[in-house]
Structures are given as C-alpha cells and as structure tokens.
Design a protein. Structure first.
Length: 139
C-alpha cells in the first residue's frame, strides 16, 4: 500500500469564506499515482472546516446566513471563550457544525464523487494562513 501526504495552505482575506479546493485535491491525487484507495482532507485548525457540497453561490450565501444565525459573531461578550482575550468563539462553533474532515473514495485514479459534489475549505476566523492536510492511501 502507498501513502501520500501534502499540506495545502489558505489565507482567506475576510473573516469567513468558502474555497473550492477540489482541483488542488485532484492535483494531489495525480501527483501520488494512487488508483484505488481513500483520500482524507482535514482542516488543521480549530476554526476552519473541510466539507463536501455543491458549488453554488446561493447555497454558500445560505450557509453563511444559517451559520451566523446559529452562532453569531456578535455580541462577542456573550461567549465565555472570548473572555480569554479571543474574539473567535463563534468560529469554533461554526467549525463544529460544518465538520473537520471528509473522506472520498479513489476509484480508477479519480475522486469518486456523487453528482455535484465538490470539496470545500470553510474559514470562520480568517486573516491568517491555515493548513488543510491531504492524506491519500491505497494502491
């Protein structure tokens, strides 16, 4: 069995945003040469997420609105975590809802997606560089 590891770096210039990383993950798959196996992608920061969904701007707007309703950024003082001097408690909660990682089957050297599926990096406390781990195992 072969194993491949690569870190992808992102620096979202706004506090929150969604980045389609499917092409970068597919490039990793081509680079490693694995034809059958599994591909793990996970956010390596506790205020970011990796998830699979449709790449449709209306849906992304709906995610943003829904997440802000569930865990609004303000008032900052309502969160105990922010009493430590942070202002990102909402980002931790948003990450918990959107998830840490995804696993995609690799079949015939391709990510084995369902219709419309794409991989996204979700940023909830931006303005600095953060990593996504891509780990591919198989033959």
């Amino acid at each position: 069995m072969k194993s491949f590891r690569k870190e992808l770096w992102f620096n979202v210039p706004s506090r929150r945003g969604f980045v389609n990383i499917t092409n970068q993950v597919e490039a990793c798959l081509r680079e490693c040469g694995i034809n059958e196996g599994l591909c793990l992608c996970n956010a390596m920061h506790i205020t970011a997420s990796v998830f699979i969904n449709d790449d449709e701007m209306g849906l992304h707007h709906d995610f943003e609105t829904w997440l802000e309703t569930l865990a609004p950024h303000e008032p900052i003082g309502k969160y105990w975590h922010n009493r430590t001097g942070e202002d990102n408690a909402d980002a931790h909660l948003k990450r918990q809802v959107m998830g840490r990682e995804v696993v995609v089957a690799v079949t015939n050297g391709q990510l084995d997606f369902g219709p419309w599926e794409q991989i996204f990096y979700g940023e909830f406390d931006g303005h600095r560089a953060k990593r996504v781990l891509v780990k591919i195992i198989g033959e």
